[in-house]
Write a protein that binds this ligand. Sequence first.
Ligand SMILES: Nc1ncnc2c1ncn2[C@@H]1O[C@H](COP(=O)(O)OP(=O)(O)OP(=O)(O)O)[C@@H](O)[C@H]1O
Ligand SMILES: [Mg+2]
Length: 236
Amino acid sequence: MLAGFQNVTFEFGARAIIEDSTWHIHPNERIGLIGYNGTGKSTLLKLLVGEYQPSKGEVIRSRNTSIGYLHQDLLSFDTNESILQVALGAFEKVLLLEKEIEELGIQLEKNHEDEALLHLYSDKLHEMDTLDGYNIHHKTEEILQGLGFANADLQRPYKEFSGGWRMRVLLAKMILQQPDLLLLDEPTNHLDLPSIEWLEKYLLHYQGSVVIVSHDRWFLDRMVTKIVEVFPCQGK
Ligand SMILES: Nc1ncnc2c1ncn2[C@@H]1O[C@H](COP(=O)(O)OP(=O)(O)OP(=O)(O)O)[C@@H](O)[C@H]1O
Ligand SMILES: [Mg+2]
């Protein structure tokens, strides 16, 4: 199991949203999470990622499971960084390593006989190779272009873009992170048709598990193989 609930209860104040719920998400599952407005779908995802804590029961996340979570609250995030930089943020480790290598290179120019420094430098280069770190710029550009960005756009600041285009940047970043479990809360709301088509193609080849909240039946029909329905708690 990748993640899930064991007898989870969650309330907002006195109002129960989820009562004694057990849900196990397994590898390679493609789940559509449906239910009427306000029944608690978004809340369920927030419990899964640990943004909310249950009042009873346990939220299970295997320690090695990486989760990508796409939702609309992300759109309020603002930055002067270019969209290329934002998407490249997916490669936090490699970017740090790039910096270290650059700094070590400068130091080595000054003391090229320092054996310890040389060793460190060659270790870092090796690590970069293992992480496939030399390709991140190429990969990122490719995905952004796939999502409809022109080459000239890649250096423009993220904050200049509208909601729909920001969503594409965040989607690109999440895809580049290659998480084991994707949680998509109404992903098609801010995307235009070509981007939805692109996302569909991507999801069909995606190896991990995915939970999609959507009111779009046609999209769900194509994307998922299992439906989980959320009902209002009894008597509420
Ligand atoms: N921070 C909060 N404090 C109090 N109540 C909240 C809070 N967030 C959501 N709720 C309420 O909890 C219920 C579940 O909300 P949630 O957003 O999970 O529903 P949803 O199924 O995702 O709905 P939609 O289909 O409209 O996105 C709703 O009735 C909502 O009004
Ligand atoms: Mg919601």
